[in-house]
Each structure stands twice: as C-alpha cells, then as structure tokens.
Design a protein around this ligand. Structure first.
Ligand code: ADP
Ligand code: AMP
Length: 222
C-alpha cells in the first residue's frame, strides 16, 4: 500500500500526473476538487455550501473537505493506496489528515511537490479542458487530442471547461495557494516526506521524474 500527496499550485499538473500514477500503479486518485464539483452538480447540501466559494476561487471550509476525505479513505478501493490531489490545502487539513490516518492505522509514504513558475499557470489554466465522458485532461496549447474533437482515451466527443478556469479566478486561487497551501511544503519537508519535481518540463518528462521518486518510496510496484 502506498499513499501519497501531490502538492502544487492550481494548474501545476497534479490531476494529469495523478491519473497517470493511478493507471500505472493502481492507486486511487482522490481529488477533493472533483468530489466538490460532483457535489455541486448533484445539488447536495455540501454542493450548495461549496458552489459560490469555488466560483470565487476561495477555499471551501476545512470541515467540509476533511469530512469528504475521511469518508472516502474508508472505501475498499483505497486499500491498495491513494493519491491525494488537491488535499490537504491548509495546515489544519494536514493535521487532520495525520490524525485520521493514524486512527485508521494508515500512513503517508511521500509528498510530491510539482514546481511550476507562476507565469506558466495562466496558460495552463486558461487552456484546460477535459473529456466529459472519461475525464481525460487536455490543453489548447500543450496537449491537444490527436484527432481534433475526439478524446484519445475513450473516443468521446464532448469536452467541458471549468467555470473557475479564468484569469480573474486564478488570481484568487493563487492567493489562496500562497497564503494557505504553500506552508505545507515546509511542513512536509520537516516531516522528511517532501520530494520536489520540475513541473516546467513537458508532461512525459514530469511523469518520468514522478516515477523516479515513486521508485524510492516503499511499497510502490511497477
Ligand atoms: P492541476 O490538477 O494541478 O490543477 P492539471 O493536471 O489539470 O493541473 O493541469 C493543468 C493544465 O495544464 C491542463 O490543461 C494540462 O493538460 C496542462 N498540463 C499539465 N502538465 C503540463 C506540463 N508538464 N506542461 C504543459 N502543460 C501541462
Ligand atoms: P481543484 O480542482 O483542486 O483546482 O479545486 C477547485 C476548487 O475546489 C478550489 O478552488 C477550492 O474552492 C475547492 N477545493 C478543492 N479542494 C479543496 C481543499 N482541500 N480545501 C478547500 N477547498 C478545496
């Protein structure tokens, strides 16, 4: 069992790399952003509470996301290990994660920080779109489908763009990242769990670097 966190600003490539790790190693991708968007789409109580906060690019309350993760980690598919993508995002969430993993006799094997220059994030976020059927991620500039309008993975022909993927909201999301989330880099460094990769390289090169780091962690099989 291997449990890891992917850390980095919005648009760094966490979701892209999490999907690849998941396909290669069978670990489950746990994206609090995806879970919250699903709750918003389903109109659940959590969704109703999160919707406007997400549209503004601010962070949803710790209480909500900790509750979501705590429940999700108990599911049987997490037994083989999980990749946390977009969680934790505050020190309070990181502390809560520590406590809840300890209570479930689970642990973290490593934290992979994906480092990207701030100027690169605007193009990544503004150009992001995903297959509406399978969720595969694309980018207008950096990763277009091989055949225009057709998903490489599932052949789907419908794509969606996130409401919060615009330059204005990105500014609020970056601010939240630097105020609330960036301190986690030092937090995990001090715990001896931090590994940093160069997220400015192309997607395959970042994957290769991530694989190299995973190879140094106990429990990950090829
Ligand atoms: P995050 O989950 O960290 O917000 P994503 O994985 O969704 O980021 O990536 C944001 C956008 O940037 C997507 O459109 C993705 O295709 C693109 N992208 C991801 N990694 C890279 C990379 N190394 N180089 C260029 N574009 C990338
Ligand atoms: P993401 O898909 O990771 O870019 O997240 C999209 C939005 O969901 C963020 O801008 C936040 O509003 C919210 N969100 C996702 N994960 C968290 C979290 N761990 N803590 C607080 N808010 C979150």
């Amino acid at each position: 069992m291997t449990n890891i966190i992917l850390l980095g600003p919005p648009g760094a490539g966490k979701g892209t790399q999490a999907r690849r790790i998941s396909e290669r190693h069978g670990l489950v991708q746990l994206s609090t952003g995806d879970m919250l968007r699903a709750a918003v789409a389903a109109g659940t109580e959590v969704g109703l509470r999160a919707k406007e906060v997400m549209e503004r690019g601010e962070l949803v309350s710790d209480e909500i996301v900790i509750g979501i993760i705590s429940e999700r980690i108990d599911a049987p598919d997490c037994e083989k290990g999980f990749i946390l993508d977009g969680f934790p995002r505050t020190l309070a969430q990181a502390d809560a994660l520590d406590r809840l993993l300890a209570a479930k006799s689970k642990w973290l094997d490593g934290v992979i920080e994906i480092r990207v220059d701030d100027e690169a994030l605007v193009a990544r976020i503004a150009g992001r779109f995903t297959c509406a059927k399978c969720g595969e991620g694309y980018n207008d500039t950096f990763k277009r489908p091989k055949v225009d309008g057709v998903c490489d993975k599932c052949g789907g022909t419908e794509f969606s763009r996130r409401a919060d993927d615009n330059e204005e909201t990105l500014r609020a999301r970056l601010l939240a990242y630097y105020k609330e989330t960036a301190p986690l880099i030092g937090y995990y460094y001090a715990k001896g769990l931090l590994h940093s990769v160069d997220g400015m390289a192309d997607i395959d090169a970042v994957s290769a670097e991530v694989e190299r780091v995973l190879g140094t962690l106990a429990g990950v099989s090829g």
